[in-house]
Design a protein around this ligand. Sequence first.
Ligand code: IYR
Length: 228
Amino acid sequence: MTENNKFTPLADLGDYVSYSEEEMRVRAEEFFDEIRRRHTVRDFTSEPVPQAVIEACIAAAGRAPSGANHQPWHFVLVGDPATKFEIREAAEIEERAFYSGRASDEWLEALDPLGTGPEKPFLEVAPWLIVVFAQRRGGIEAGMDKKNYYVNESVGIACGFLIAALHHAGLATLTHTPNPMTFLNQKLKRPDTEKPYLILVTGKPTSDASISHHALKKKSLKEILTII
Ligand code: IYR
């Protein structure tokens, strides 16, 4: 332990691993090669996936940085078929309204190349749904009731970790956001201070799972990067 100038005890960064330049380059490129194979999938098999695998991935998500380290997230892991069915039913009610009038023409036009629609069979078929909640209030310890900061950013980063971890474990994911999705608070008994953030559907893709060409179009590094 060392001390900073306000005498707050600091822990040593004992688990840092330093790599040579060559190792860094290789690791960065290997990670890119792995993550470039990540695709959003809508066709899942019902093949069971061990709960321990998903738990390890959620543990990784829980190591994301967050505002004031309040970790303003809660994950509800749903494998129970009856609950998955109920979520599908409730989501499809909202999605039908969305696709048949609630969404603007511009929004529907943007979705057209993805080929999405109000039917959400994957909510029932995939072995696991990870429902992510964002906590407006909380604190560094469970059960606290302090204001949380940068909640959307923090939960978004945690979801990024989660998607990368699931992909690394060999699972496909779908980031699904029924609109609105407040029904999830009631169905999953989460308090009003938590906002449903997304449903992450995960499992194995079917052997004929496909993705649209639109989804495969990724901006080049040149397009997304400015170096000064
Ligand atoms: N929530 C709807 C619509 C939808 C919206 C966006 I933005 C997408 O990238 C994909 C779908 C649905 O899940 O179908």
